[in-house]
Design a binder for this molecule. Structure first.
Ligand code: FE2
Length: 378
């Protein structure tokens, strides 16, 4: 059986009063990796420039961290010096992956107090650090798996990242590709745990479910998953949560959970204003994307209708398209960005649509299963 869910984005005006505390943006995403120095070179292909560094040379005896930026996207890559460090143990278990999703808030103390008083587990009580550029306040709570949600208040800080980081000189080898901001961050959780985390985001952060899938389960012939999207009041933070569903064979979500050894971030979706230009450049640099069967493009103009881009370009580059009540979106998914089949990236362009491309799920999952089968994991 192949069924296809449809999606409806919540159109009720998002009133900020519903939020328990003000969240302005995604401040940064930190990945704990095996070799941060070399990973930083990989991310240069994606157009990210190293802008700040912390490590032995700056007095950090524990770990090396590189801060990378492209427009409003800020990533941090960290590796421990000691095998006894928590960071090293995390890497041994999970491989490369997202450890921290940091949210820029007006008040890190309030965010911590509100979320922990509503059941979130505190990991870092509100802490203030200072340097010549001012003061930063940070707190953190535990999210799915070993992933942390950090709250960062940088309103009294003029430095370029955090105290303890030194600014790096501009890197002339980095050429941006037009990736502008993080659109959404998707988490994979265990079978039966999706609603737990949907409720957790509602309880702890005041988030609401912003996308309703009429058919909660998305099937292909072999595998299935369920997904719900949680978002904050101003609509800037969108966290879809997936769980595997029963299917004839192993779902892509189970494959992730098996290789990440538990729940974690499945993909970061990076938004661009020109997906044709961005993807053409990324492919020219050798980055690898999933490709749906060519038959997908035969019916695409009928399904999606008139668009500003050329369908020839879209088919040539392997970009996917979907339409909802408000417009359309274009998207493409990378192959996993580390050896384990865990995290990947999405490049997305929105032309009005606020959904997540549910019309592409079936074609996409079938392509993912071809890759899973190649890995012996279907
Ligand atoms: Fe996505």
């Amino acid at each position: 059986m192949i069924t296809q869910a449809s999606e409806r984005v919540e159109t009720r005006p998002m009133d900020q009063e519903a939020d328990l505390f003000q969240i302005n943006a995604i401040d940064h995403v930190e990945l704990w990796v095996g070799n941060a120095k070399q990973s930083a070179y990989y991310w240069k292909y994606w157009g990210f420039a190293p802008v700040a560094y912390s490590g032995l040379e700056t007095g950090n005896r524990r770990n090396a961290s590189y801060v990378l930026e492209q427009n409003k996207i800020r990533l941090v890559l960290s590796t421990a010096y000691s095998p006894h460090d928590e960071m090293a143990a995390h890497h041994l278990l999970h491989g490369d992956g997202v450890k921290v999703i940091a949210l820029e808030v007006d008040d890190a103390e309030l965010a911590y107090r509100e979320s922990t008083s509503r059941g979130a587990k505190g990991v870092l009580a509100p802490t203030e650090t200072r340097d010549d550029f001012g003061r930063i306040r940070i707190s953190a709570i535990q999210a799915y798996g070993q992933t942390l949600l950090k709250f960062v208040d940088r309103s009294d800080y003029q430095g370029n990242f955090l105290p303890g980081y030194k600014t790096l000189p501009p890197d002339p080898t980095v050429k941006p590709v037009g990736l502008a901001a993080i659109d959404h961050i998707v988490g994979n959780v265990e079978l039966g745990k999706m609603n737990y985390w949907v409720n957790w985001f509602h309880q702890a952060l005041g988030f609401r479910q912003i996308v309703h899938y009429d058919d909660k389960t998305i099937h292909t012939e072999y595998s299935a998953l369920m997904s719900k999207v949680m978002g904050n009041g101003n609509g800037r933070i969108k966290f879809p949560i997936n769980e595997p569903a029963e299917g004839r064979k192993k779902s892509q979500i189970e494959e992730y959970l098996d290789y990440y050894i538990g729940p974690g971030v499945q993909h970061l979706a990076l938004i661009t204003g020109d997906i044709i230009g961005t993807v053409r450049e990324l492919k020219a640099r050798g980055l690898e994307f999933l490709r749906v069967p060519n038959a997908y493009y035969d019916s695409l103009p009928d399904r999606v209708g008139k668009i500003k881009e050329s369908y020839d370009d879209i088919a040539e580059l392997g970009i996917l398209a979907d339409r909802d009540d408000e417009g359309y979106l274009l998207q493409i998914f990378s192959r996993p960005i580390q050896d384990r089949p865990t995290m990947f990236l999405e490049v997305i362009q929105r032309r009005g649509a606020r959904g997540f491309g549910v019309g592409n799920f079936k074609a996409l999952f079938e392509s993912l299963e071809i890759e899973q089968a190649k890995r012996g994991n279907l």
